[in-house]
Every structure is written in C-alpha cells, then in structure tokens.
Design a protein around this ligand. Structure first.
Ligand code: RUB
Length: 308
C-alpha cells in the first residue's frame, strides 16, 4: 500500500492499533523507496512529505512517530538515491521485524504473570495484551477473561473473538460494567498507544476508569507495551495529543437534537501511580524506569530529531 492509501486507512481506522499503524507506516515508506526513481534531492523531499502525511493520519500513538523516524534514521547522510533507498528498506525491515519480535517477547514475559484460575480484565483490542493471554493459554493455564466492549468502535468484539478462537473462556461486557466485574478480578492487562517519560499510560479511552476500578479493588494493573510506544518528546515537556473523532461515531443522524454537542475523545491518560508494571520486550519494568529503558531501547538518536 502506498503512503497516501496507508494514511487514509489509518485515519479511517481500517488499520488500527498502535503496533499495526507503526508497521503500516514503515512498510508504506519501504514501498515509496522501492518505487522511487529520481535523484537524491527529490527523494529526500518525497520522504519528508511522506513522513508528514503519515504522522498527520492519527496524532496519539507515538508508535507511528517512532516507527517513521526509525525508518528515516540516517537516510539523509547516505549520499545518492540508491544508498538512500537501501537504507530506507533496511530500516523498515528491521523496524517491522523488531516490532513483531517485541510482541512475541511481551507475550512470553507477560504469560508468566498469569496463573491457572485467574480472572482477568482487558480493555479495547491490543495485540500485545491479547498475545499475553493467548500465550498463557497455550502454556496450559486456564483462566477467565472479561473483555470490555470499548464504545464507540467496539474493538472489544475483536478481542473477544480472538480469545474465543484461541479457546479462552471470555465474557464480553459493556464498558460501564467494568467496576462490577472488577470485584471478582485478579489482574488487568491492557495495551498502550503511548507511555510518557514519567510512566503515564495513554491508551483507549476508558483505560483510566478501568485502572481506577482496579486500584479500588486492589487488582493488579499491567500494561503491555513495546518500547517504541515510549515517547521521547514527553521528556522535553511535550503533551500527548488526545485524538478527538467525529460525532457520527457516537450518534447516528437524528438520534439526538442537533444542538446536543458530542465530545468524543478516543484515548485517555492513566497516571503512573495506577500501574503495577509495564511489560516490555526488554523485561517487566516499573513506570519509574521508563526513562532509562527508553534511552537504552530507542537509542540516543531518537531524542535528536529536528522539526517535530
Ligand atoms: C487501540 C488501543 C490499543 C493500543 C495498543 O485503539 O487503544 O490498546 O493501540 O494496541 P484504536 P497494540 O483501535 O483506536 O487504534 O497492542 O495492538 O499495539
């Protein structure tokens, strides 16, 4: 898929989930490199425009930002267009492979936290969190999962179907039932769109309510996050932009009077204090260790990007 169709598919949520959109962005840049036939200067300009198009598609998940910058790293210093092309392709392949390997490693590490008989809550649809649950089940552990519906897009149905396909005992609940089921839960596993340098989690709207209910009920709250979900910009005080989507996603035409305003933020922020641990491919870390792991995993270059 080319850059503009990829950006459209991310914007319309045909491609969704922080890991998937990052890999899609990387492969769109790879495709651009494969098809480009002009000189180095023209290539640099096209890559720059492609970067903007991709980054403008959805604002919240830093995975896309980190993925795009990982693919473009070092390309400007390559000299001619052929060397630049090779660099983009090699970087994209490395990022995609690293991203897929990270989900496998998180699944392996996270599965150790699950015990037979556990009651687990998950929110929305995270491939990293689902990976943990599927791995634990594949290891022979038997547990129950409550999956929230996740209005308005209802990504919880994807989670419920994925878990049911794997043979996991799963119950779908509406989002407002989360506090009722938390009384019988042992653990929560959710994914991440962005983790800030001070360990806060930005994930699907409602995650912070799940965390609040978990804390009240003394239920462990785990975040499953590849380290490229860690945001270098937050270290310098930048705020994470919370995407707001259209009213049509919440109500159909004619369902409410036109003067009724609709507020539809699609992510929210959960403070570090509500998080027991972040399960990354580099290991299980405390929210307080995000900065150190971020520098080690993303490399110092990730902190020296100009113009963003
Ligand atoms: C999806 C969502 C997921 C994270 C992590 O939101 O919030 O929890 O993106 O997913 P949306 P993954 O459906 O709006 O993209 O673990 O697959 O990267």
């Amino acid at each position: 898929m080319d850059v503009s169709s990829t950006a459209d598919a991310i914007r319309s949520m045909e491609i969704r989930g922080a890991g998937r959109i990052a890999r899609a962005g990387a492969s769109a840049l790879r495709e651009l490199a494969m098809s480009y036939s002009g000189d180095a200067e023209g290539f640099a300009a096209e890559l720059d425009a492609a970067k903007r198009t991709l980054l403008d598609s959805r604002p919240t998940a830093v995975s896309l930002w980190n993925g795009v910058h990982a693919v473009l790293r070092g390309v400007r210093g390559c000299g001619d267009a052929d060397a630049m092309r090779e660099r983009v392709i090699a970087n994209a392949d490395a990022f995609i492979a690293r991203s897929e390997a990270a989900v496998r490693e998180i699944s392996r590490i996270g599965a150790k936290r699950i015990q037979g008989g556990d009651v687990i809550v998950t929110h929305c649809n995270s491939s990293a969190a689902v990976g943990v649950l599927k791995e634990a089940h594949a290891q022979g552990k038997r547990f129950k999962v409550y999956a929230t519906e996740s209005r308005p897009w209802r990504q919880g149905l994807i989670t419920a179907n994925e878990l049911a396909d794997a043979g996991i005992d799963v119950t779908l609940i509406i989002d407002s039932a989360v506090r009722s089921v938390m009384k019988r839960a042992d653990k929560v596993f959710v994914g991440a769109d962005t983790v800030t340098s001070h360990g806060a989690l930005v994930n699907k709207v409602g995650t912070s309510q799940v965390a609040l209910a978990a804390r009240e009920a003394r239920v462990q709250f785990y975040v499953c996050a590849e380290t490229y979900k860690f945001s270098p910009m937050t270290l310098f005080g930048d705020m994470v932009t919370i995407e707001e989507r259209s009213r049509e996603e919440v109500v159909k035409d004619g369902e409410v009077r036109p003067e009724v305003k609709i507020f539809n933020p699609v992510f929210d922020s959960t403070p570090a204090a509500y998080i027991d641990a972040i399960i990354t491919e580099a290991g299980m870390i405390s929210p307080g260790s995000v900065y150190q792991v971020m520098v080690e995993s993303l490399g110092e270059e990730a902190f020296r990007v100009e113009g963003d």
